[in-house]
Design a protein around this ligand. Structure first.
Ligand SMILES: Cc1ncc(COP(=O)(O)O)c(C=O)c1O
Length: 398
C-alpha cells in the first residue's frame, strides 16, 4: 500500500462532530465514537496539497462553481470509475447533498404528497420529508437469510408488490433512493434498479437517488443514469464521504429534466443566496475526481478488510449472529436479534462500562430495532478496541 491508513490520528479539540460532540447524542463526552458517517483518516495527500496551495494564496474572495473544470471533473470521475457518461449540462452544485434533496422535494411535490423510501433509512430522510409537510412512505427492506444466498455479503430485498401498490397511489410523487443504501450497505443491482425504474416510470414518480456512498462499494455500483426510462430523476452525490471532506462543504446533482434544473438554480441563487461555493470544497472535489483514484482504491481495500475482520471476530464470539459484511459503505449493520439482548441495557453498558459510542439501529427507523450501526471508517486498532468492547458488553448481558 502507498498510503498508510493505520497511522494514528487525533481528532479531539478540532470541533469534530463525531469526537468532540459525541455527548450531544450519547450524553457523555469521553467516549470512543463509531457513530456518524465520516472517517478518522486524513484526506488524500493530493487534496491536502491542492488546498495548501490555495491557502497560501491568502485571498479568499467570492468564487464560482459553474465552470468547465468543476463539471468536467464530475464527468471524468463517472466515466473513469463507473463507465458512465454524464451530461455536463445537467450538473448543478449545492452546499450539501441534503440541501439539494430538500429543494428537489420542494420542486417535485406539494404539501401532503407521499414520498417513498426504503426502510430502514438514513436518519435525515424522514425528517426532511416530514418537515416539508410531505408524507413519509416506508417500503420495508427484508434481510435475505445467509442460508438462502451464496454471497459472502449481506443482502436485502424489496417488497415489490407493496412498492407497486405504494407507487400507484396518485398522491405518491417521489421515490427517494439511497444507492448504496445507508444503513444496510446494500448496493442495488442493475436488475433491481431497472425494475424500480420501470415501476416509477409507469406511475410517473420522480426519483431522487442519493449516491453519496457510491465510491465505497464492494459490489458493482450502478448509477441511476444507466436505468432511467424518462427525465424525472436526479442523481445527487458528493466527494465528501469518499474523501472525508464534508466539513469543506459542497455537493452536486445531475438532473434529468432541464426545466427542473433551471428551477433549482433559481432557488439556489435567488431564494437561498447560496450559489457562491466554498472554494475549498470546490478544489477538494475537483482534485479528488482528477487525482484521487489511487488513494480511494487503497482506502476501499482497507475498509473492506476492516469489515471482514469485524465479521470474523464477531462470528467467532457469537456464531449465531452469522454476520456478513455489507456490499457497500464503511458501516457495519449488525443484527443482534439472535442474541435476544435488551438494546437499552446494551447501550447503557457500552457507554458506562466500556466508554464506547455505537449508533443504535432504531435511529434508522423501527426496522433497525435490535441492530447497531458500527462505523469502521477508522484505523484497525480503533475498530478492534470498539469491537472487543462491544463483545464484552454483550457477554456481560447474557
Ligand atoms: C445517505 C446519506 N445522504 C446524505 C448524507 C449527508 O450529506 P450532506 O452532509 O452532504 O448533506 C449522509 C451522511 O451521512 C448520508 O449517509
Amino acid at each position: 500500500m502507498s498510503f498508510d491508513f493505520s497511522a494514528p490520528t487525533n481528532r479531539l479539540n478540532t470541533y469534530s462532530t463525531q469526537w468532540d460532540y459525541v455527548g450531544d447524542r450519547f450524553g457523555f463526552s469521553d467516549l470512543l465514537p463509531f457513530t456518524i458517517s465520516d472517517m478518522d483518516f486524513a484526506s488524500a495527500p493530493c487534496i491536502t496539497e491542492a488546498l495548501q496551495q490555495r491557502l497560501d494564496h491568502g485571498i479568499f474572495g467570492y468564487s464560482r462553481w459553474n465552470h468547465a473544470d468543476f463539471k468536467q471533473s464530475i464527468c471524468h470521475w463517472f466515466a473513469n470509475q463507473y463507465q458512465t457518461e454524464l451530461n455536463e449540462e445537467s450538473l448543478v452544485y449545492g452546499p450539501s447533498v441534503m440541501y439539494i434533496i430538500s429543494r428537489l422535494i420542494q420542486l417535485w411535490s406539494k404539501p401532503g404528497d407521499g414520498i417513498l423510501y426504503f426502510d430502514p433509512a438514513y436518519d435525515a430522510f424522514k425528517p426532511i420529508i416530514e418537515s416539508a409537510d410531505r408524507i413519509a412512505i416506508p417500503n420495508p427492506l427484508q434481510a435475505i437469510p445467509r442460508s438462502a444466498q451464496d454471497a459472502q455479503r449481506s443482502d436485502y430485498q424489496i417488497n415489490w408488490s407493496l412498492l407497486e401498490q405504494q407507487a400507484a397511489d396518485p398522491n405518491c410523487t417521489i421515490l427517494l433512493l439511497c444507492n448504496p443504501h445507508n444503513p444496510t450497505g446494500k448496493v442495488w443491482t442493475q436488475e433491481e434498479l431497472s425494475k424500480i425504474a420501470e415501476i416509477t416510470q409507469r406511475h410517473k414518480l420522480c426519483v431522487i437517488s442519493d449516491d453519496i456512498h457510491m465510491d465505497i462499494c464492494f459490489e458493482p455500483y450502478t448509477p441511476w443514469t444507466k436505468v432511467a426510462q424518462d427525465n424525472r430523476w436526479a442523481l445527487v452525490s458528493s466527494a465528501s464521504k469518499s474523501f472525508n471532506v464534508p466539513a469543506l462543504s459542497g455537493a452536486y446533482a445531475a438532473i434529468g429534466c432541464e426545466q427542473t434544473k433551471q428551477a433549482y438554480l433559481e432557488i439556489l441563487k435567488l431564494t437561498d443566496g447560496l450559489s457562491s461555493p466554498s472554494i475549498f470544497g470546490v478544489i477538494a472535489m475537483m482534485t479528488a475526481y482528477r487525482e484521487g483514484a489511487p488513494w480511494l482504491g487503497e482506502l476501499r481495500e482497507y475498509l473492506g478488510q476492516n469489515l471482514e475482520w469485524v465479521a470474523e471476530r464477531l462470528n467467532q464470539a457469537f456464531p449465531q449472529l452469522n454476520f456478513c459484511p455489507p456490499q457497500g459503505t464503511y458501516l457495519a449493520w449488525i443484527d443482534l436479534t439472535p442474541l435476544g439482548i435488551d438494546m437499552d441495557a446494551l447501550q447503557h453498558t457500552l457507554i458506562h462500562d466500556h466508554k464506547i459510542a455505537i449508533m443504535r439501529g432504531d435511529a434508522y427507523g423501527p426496522l433497525g430495532r435490535n441492530h447497531l450501526r458500527f462505523n469502521v471508517g477508522c484505523q484497525r486498532s480503533k475498530v478492534e478496541q470498539g469491537l472487543e468492547g462491544l463483545i464484552k458488553a454483550i457477554e456481560s448481558l447474557r
